[in-house]
Design a protein around this ligand. Structure first.
Ligand code: NAP
Length: 254
């Protein structure tokens, strides 16, 4: 992606960065000069992303933590501060998406989705936000979804509810944190090629319907979401706050 942003020396934490969109964001921020803490619940993928960054000359370390567990998040943020002394950027990306109708959805799946997607965003924001407040600066980007903003997905009620919650939470944080020099925004991807969408992409009926709905007539790449995140982390977005930026090839318009 031909888009130059300088994040030299800034410390960034990206959750769920072992694969998919989070991995692309971690690599994009590292390419821009950020020192990156690669979080995931999966140790193998977290390690692989961090090693990829190190191999290309960037700085990174992997940290395994479940974003829905406060103690683990606290330890992770301390680990980033122990290593690099500060925390400048938080990307709340980790997410899960169980598929079932409202009538069939298992209660456990509802709780897990809200816990990871929404409570995880809250916990990471609260703990990182305290560090950023004390520093007097910070940038938070929450990966929401068009599913929670403008375009609900079928059989994804918990996911849609969690992502709508993330958009609302983003706006409240933007209002509350502005006084501390912290900007908070969301990115709402459309359909992006990642493991999360693999099963749906394998279904020709779903693919046909998606293509009818997407004016650009293709699915999105993880790097295209990462570019939007990079913009929001950059000085070019210094007056962008409380925004939910849709990155979906025109699927939902506005
Ligand atoms: P993905 O390929 O499934 O990657 C999500 C990553 O998050 C995985 O590595 C997963 O680990 C990790 N994770 C899950 N639960 C976690 C937890 N409790 N703590 C820490 N890490 C955890 O998904 P993706 O498509 O890249 O999606 C990334 C974000 O974008 C999500 O918030 C998703 O809702 C959002 N999004 C995606 C799309 C899309 O079309 N792909 C569209 C809109 C929004 P495991 O490997 O162990 O599962």
């Amino acid at each position: 992606m031909n888009f130059k942003v300088d994040l030299s020396g800034q410390v960034a934490l990206i959750t769920g960065a072992g694969r998919g969109i989070g991995r692309a964001i971690a690599i994009a921020l590292a390419d821009a000069g950020a020192l990156v803490c690669v979080n995931d619940i999966n140790p193998d993928t977290a390690r692989a992303t961090a090693e990829e960054i190190l191999a290309s000359g960037g700085q990174a370390f992997d940290y395994v933590a479940d974003v829905s567990l406060k103690m683990q998040i606290g330890s992770m943020i301390e680990a980033a501060r122990d290593r690099w002394g500060r925390l400048d950027i938080l990307i709340n990306n980790a997410g899960v998406e169980p598929k079932a109708s409202v009538l069939a959805l298992d209660e456990w799946d509802w709780e897990r989705t809200i816990n990871v997607n929404l409570k995880g965003t809250f916990l990471c924001t609260q703990l990182a936000g305290r560090v950023m407040r004390d520093q007097g600066s910070g940038i938070i980007v929450n990966i929401a979804s068009i599913a929670g903003h403008k375009s609900p997905l079928p059989n994804a009620s918990a996911y849609c509810a969690s992502k709508a919650g993330v958009v609302g939470f983003t706006r409240e944080c933007a209002r509350e944190f502005a006084a501390f020099g912290i900007r908070v925004n969301a990115v709402c991807p459309g359909v992006i090629i990642t493991p999360m969408t693999q099963k749906s992409r394998d279904d020709p009926d779903i693919m046909r319907k998606w293509m009818e709905d997407i004016p650009q007539n293709r699915l999105g790449e993880t790097a295209e979401v990462a570019a939007a995140v990079l913009f929001l982390c950059s000085g070019a977005a210094s007056y962008v706050n409380g925004h939910a930026l849709i990155v979906d090839g025109g699927k939902v318009m506005g």
